[in-house]
Design a protein around this ligand. Structure first.
Ligand SMILES: Cc1cc2nc3c(=O)[nH]c(=O)nc-3n(C[C@H](O)[C@H](O)[C@H](O)COP(=O)(O)O)c2cc1C
Length: 192
């Protein structure tokens, strides 16, 4: 995972912020402002291209940069850092899923911050049961809801790619009223 907010102070700076010290202070302040923006928290499922030999590579990744970007067609965008395995798999496979997480399952997000261990026979990702969506992207069985998407655009944005996918399937897997996890329910943050 990239260092939060990059490796050092990043410009541009507003008027009056000129010395190294002021730039460092402003950088920290801007990070806190960006962290104060509310987000949801999801597990994004990805699969690589189907290989001739063996099953396709799969992954699940804790992600908060997720938003709907059009209602006709139904498009969802996700920001994925370039070094991530998920980035390569979405690039190859052209699909992804977005799973919501029940608030009571909050510890799950810590299990999806690096490439997962996939057991194709037991159908588990890091021990969590999954099934393949219509796109072949993995969907956690315990996700209260999911959307399954085909990539329509990949927009280069700095050190991330914003993958925009059309929702080709969506469903609840638990009671619709299940409370889903948001970033503020954890002590974690990302970006900034
Ligand atoms: C709370 C939290 C939110 C995260 N949100 C994102 C995100 O929106 N986009 C992203 O690329 N990585 C995000 N990450 C980092 C990834 O979960 C992961 O550490 C990294 O990208 C590597 O994923 P990989 O398994 O695909 O290699 C987040 C991590 C945490 C702990």
């Amino acid at each position: 995972m990239a260092a939060p907010g990059g490796s050092g102070p990043i410009g541009p700076y507003p008027p009056g912020v000129t010395t190294d010290e002021e730039q460092v202070e402003y950088d920290k302040l801007r990070r806190r402002v960006l962290w104060s923006m509310p987000y949801g928290l999801y597990v994004v499922g990805s699969r690589g291209a189907a290989g001739a030999d063996g099953p396709p590579e799969l992954n699940g990744m804790t992600t908060n940069w997720v938003t709907q970007v059009s209602f006709d067609p139904k498009l969802i965008g996700i920001g994925v850092e370039k070094p991530a395995l998920t980035h390569r798999l979405i690039g190859e496979g052209g699909v992804f899923s977005v799973c919501t997480i029940a608030r009571e399952d909050r510890t799950i997000v810590r299990k999806f911050t690096k490439p997962v261990e996939v057991d194709h026979d037991a159908r588990t990702l890091n021990g969590f049961a999954f099934h393949a969506g219509v796109t072949g992207a993995p969907i956690l069985d315990q996700a209260p809801a999911y959307v399954d998407c085909e990539v329509r655009q990949a927009v280069e944005v700095g050190n991330h790619t914003f993958f925009i996918g059309e929702v080709v399937d969506a469903a609840f897997q638990a009671d619709e009223e299940t409370e889903v996890l948001r970033m503020e329910d954890t002590r974690m943050n990302y970006g900034g």
